[in-house]
Every structure is written in C-alpha cells, then in structure tokens.
Design a binder for this molecule. Structure first.
Ligand code: ATP
Ligand code: MG
Length: 257
C-alpha cells in the first residue's frame, strides 16, 4: 500500500478544469517530483491534498484512510504538511518563534497554557523550545535561532518555512518550489537538507519545482502534468526523454515567445 494514493483527482474552477482525472501513488520514503508548465495545476494538486481546496471528484487515501474533503487542520493532524510557494512566515518574529508558532498552530490553543504561568506550563514550554531547536538544527538554522526572520537571506528564509512545516511533525511533506529564486549555493544547501530529511527522519517528500536540474538530481520518480492531466510518470531519465514531456515544455516556450 502506498503512503498516499491519489485516484482520479479532479478540480474544476467554473469552466476551467485545473486538475483532471489525476492518478498516482506516493510511496513511503520516496522523493516524488511533480513538474509541468506554468498553470499546469501543480499547486492546485497540493491544495487538494492539504484540504485547502475540496476536489470536484476523485479520492485521496493517506495511510489506508480516506482523507478526501477533510478540512486542512484534520489533514495536518494526520501527518501531511506543506511548504508554500514563496516565503510564508512571520517576518518580524525571531527564527525560533516562527517554529514555535508553527507548533502552536498544529497542537492548538492548549499549548498556549504557558502564557498563564505555572510550573507545569513552564516545563511544557521548555520541552517545546527544545524540540524547536532540534528542528532548527535539522534545517541548519540553530545558530540563527534568535535572529529576526526577515533579516536573513532568501535561502535561509526558505529554510524557516521548511522548519515551520516540520513543526507539525509530518510523515509526508509537500514542497512547492523550494529552490525557486535561490542562487546555486542556496539550492545546494536546500537539496542537501531535503535529502537529510528522508535519510535521517524517514520522511516522504513531494516536490513541485521548475528548476529541472534540481528536480532531476533530487527525485526518485517524477509525475509530469500538463493542463491538469498526467502525461508521464517515471524516473528522471525516462521523464527527460519522453516525447510528451518535451512537447509540453516546448509548447510552453512557444506560448511565452
Ligand atoms: N482558486 C482558483 N480559482 C480559479 N482558478 C484557479 C484557482 N487556483 C488556480 N486556478 C487556475 O488553475 C490553473 C492551475 O493553477 P496552479 O496554480 O495549480 O498551476 P501551477 O502548475 O502551480 O502553476 P505555476 O507553475 O505557475 O505555479 C491555472 O489556470 C490557474 O489560473
Ligand atoms: Mg504553482
């Protein structure tokens, strides 16, 4: 059984079918890439998996349970987290506060008990801070824990977004364009962090990304979509040489020209 089974997933916005009869598996422990031209439906697929959008039809099964149509907080609680396209964080807060907010959003108001003092609450806050530091170590930001998020370079801010997602203790992590807008050094650092999450934490990753070199070097398998439909599924090598994939990207370039 796959960790996540996507079956005939379809999303229509009025007359536009953004995702169309999409079927694929995400296997435990793999890094799966989803690629496709601008507007192909990649972010919409993530919105459907996370519950921010409800599918028009089709099913999503996570760890053997039907999660189709569940609200976002219930899906997060089951172990799916998402890193958004662009830097979605708390810019004026410190790095560690960003991670703590991520934890509170996940565990709900009860973790805010420390605000009201008390011995038990202080112990709990200490445990949360320790876990937040572990997460920052994992993403290589432990030394910047007390710096203001917006003062760090773009590459580091992407790592903060990753840490916020990790604060929900996910089994499956969805990353929307994790290396877009980064310089070569920042790309290499992010790719190494993502590999480490799989290697050391046994995490399963789905990555949407336009940087082909990064996708090809990182992913075990790739699903290619165009106009919401799957046009190819295979290894990076199979994907690169697939005529439908080449045509979809050349077509996209023609549109731009
Ligand atoms: N909430 C929405 N309402 C209406 N149309 C939408 C909505 N979200 C996405 N779309 C449309 O659905 C299609 C797929 O968009 P989506 O954002 O999923 O593409 P994408 O593959 O992530 O593109 P990009 O690579 O540019 O990020 C686009 O035509 C987009 O305009
Ligand atoms: Mg997108």
């Amino acid at each position: 059984m796959a960790l996540l089974e996507v079956r005939s997933l379809t999303k229509r916005f009025g007359g536009l079918t953004a995702v169309s009869e999409l079927t694929f598996d995400v296997n435990e422990g793999e890094i799966l890439g989803i690629i496709g031209p601008n507007g192909a439906g990649k972010s919409t697929v993530f919105n459907l998996i996370c519950g921010t959008l409800k599918p028009t039809s089709g099913t999503l099964t996570f760890r053997g349970e039907n999660i189709t149509g569940l609200p976002p907080h219930k899906i997060a609680a089951r172990g799916i987290a998402r890193v958004f396209q662009g830097n979605v964080l708390f810019p004026e807060s410190t790095v560690i506060t960003n991670v703590l907010i991520g934890m509170h959003l996940h565990t709900g108001l009860r973790t805010f008990g420390f605000l009201f003092g008390g011995h038990h609450a202080r112990r709990r806050e200490k445990a949360l801070r320790e876990r937040a530091m572990e997460i920052l170590e994992l993403v290589g930001l432990a030394d910047q824990a007390d710096e203001v998020a917006s003062s760090l370079p773009h590459g580091n801010q992407r790592h903060i977004c990753l840490a916020i997602a990790l604060a929900t203790e996910p089994r499956l992590l969805l990353l929307d364009e994790p290396v877009t807008g980064m310089n070569a050094e920042e790309v290499a650092a992010m790719l190494e962090t993502l590999r480490k999450l799989r290697r050391e934490q046994g995490m399963t990753l789905v990555v949407v990304e336009h940087n082909m070199q990064a996708v090809m070097g990182l992913c075990d398998r790739i699903v290619t979509i165009s106009y919401g439909k799957k046009i190819c599924e295979g290894t990076p090598e199979q994907t690169c040489s697939d005529p439908a994939v080449i045509a979809a990207y050349l077509g996209a370039e023609d549109d731009v020209a």
